[in-house]
Design a protein. Structure first.
Length: 396
């Protein structure tokens, strides 16, 4: 009765925990959500002020390609990084998710292959399944902080059906940041094998400790193959305002994307007005202050977790996630147990089992992803809850 594609959709790694979470909440337990990358920093006031000053009596459709003023502001944002796009090389989408979906719809036929370093953002799987795209995982190692393997390893995975290499940098769920040399390697592979590079850069501002990396938009020798996916969600703590961006210099590709944009008419006029104000009004000082806040949380979480017996983790280099290895056989079972049977001072934690971020689920069985987009007092309580929870769970 229903399509094979829709039946093949994988559930998120957290979906099976929702009944346990609901039951815990209903019983009065405070849940510390380490499972979701929802920034808790205040959305800058400029977003709301721009909407309040909208001034029009009717909220009309915006241009399918996006509000011109927003496109101009995004163009200037990239120019500050010495990356130059023209207006018709920038299209506004309903969040980074639609940008990615439209990109995949434009590039791939059923059965064609995408290379992607694993572990990777679990929601990508929904798009792959809907479109019948075959995922080929590029192996990375937990103990190497998820750095890319050698060029030979990556090229050995390429077949005549490979259409693109796709990745997020900084990485969700790993917190890894690919170095300039790693990205240059991918760029060379893209050129020589004539395959696209899909670079998800929504966490671009969250890079710590002076890590040597760049936006793929700086590779001027390959810009027709390089597709950048971007969004305001994390950068400005505006996840609920669905404003994303596709940037590319391939006129044919962008023409097809525009057709998809036209098919859904337009995205929210008010969200774009707020987004334009953020890009126009906020400067490097804002990005630096947010970066310092997340780095402080990163350091706090890392120092706290590494003191817990049996817990193994790398120090995240960017974004606000990390993968941690737990002294348990089944991290999903432990996560359910925390929600269903354990609390500390009226609180428990919700984790994201890492098996859902791997193409080969067995690689993530004893691991979880943690988001540290929380205040320090919440992180402190979460760390203590995990420590005490592990002791009790393993002593049963």
């Amino acid at each position: 009765m229903f399509s094979k594609n829709i039946q093949n959709l994988k559930t998120s790694p957290v979906r099976e925990l929702i009944p346990y979470s609901k039951k815990a909440k209903d019983s009065g337990i405070d849940i510390i959500h380490l499972n979701i990358g929802q920034p808790d920093l205040e959305t800058p006031k400029e977003f709301f002020e721009a909407i309040e000053n909208f001034g029009e009596k009717t909220i009309a459709y915006s241009d399918s390609s996006g509000q011109k003023e927003l496109i101009e502001s995004i163009k200037k944002y990239y120019q500050k990084m010495n990356i130059n796009y023209e207006n018709d090389e920038i299209l506004i989408t309903a969040g980074g998710s639609e940008a990615l979906l439209f990109t995949l719809m434009t590039l791939f036929n059923v059965g064609e292959e995408v290379l992607i370093p694993e572990p990777y953002y679990a929601n990508y799987n929904s798009f792959f399944a809907m479109l019948g795209i075959k995922v080929v995982g590029i192996p990375t190692k937990f103990e190497d902080n998820f750095k890319l393997p050698s060029r030979d390893v990556i090229e050995s995975l390429i077949t005549e059906k490979t259409k693109a290499i796709m990745f997020s940098n900084p990485g969700n769920p790993t917190g890894a940041v690919y170095s300039r040399d790693e990205l240059l390697m991918l760029n060379e592979i893209s050129k020589e094998k004539n395959i696209f590079m899909i670079s998800d850069e929504v966490y671009r501002e969250f890079i710590y400790d002076g890590k040597d990396t760049v936006s793929c938009g700086t590779f001027t020798d390959n810009q027709e193959r390089i597709i950048i996916i971007d969004s305001i969600s994390k950068r400005f703590s505006t996840c609920g305002a669905r404003v994303g961006t596709i940037l590319n210099k391939n006129k044919d590709f962008m023409g097809y994307i525009l057709k998809l944009c036209q098919s859904r008419l337009a995205i929210s006029t008010l969200d774009m007005i707020g987004a334009e104000a953020l890009y126009r009004c906020l400067d490097e000082k804002y990005y630096q202050s947010v970066n310092r806040k997340y780095m402080e949380r990163r350091d706090f979480l890392f120092e706290g977790l590494k003191k817990i017996e049996g817990v193994v983790l790398n120090k995240p280099e960017g974004a606000f996630y990390c993968i941690i290895e737990l002294p348990v056989e089944d991290a999903t079972d432990f996560s359910k147990w925390l929600l269903g049977e354990f609390s500390y001072e009226g609180s428990t934690v919700m984790l994201a089992p890492a098996k859902g971020f791997y193409q080969r689920e067995e690689l993530g069985l004893n691991k979880v992803r943690i988001s540290y987009a929380l205040e320090l007092d919440r992180l402190e309580k979460a760390i203590k809850t995990i420590e005490l929870g592990l002791k009790k769970y393993n002593s049963r």
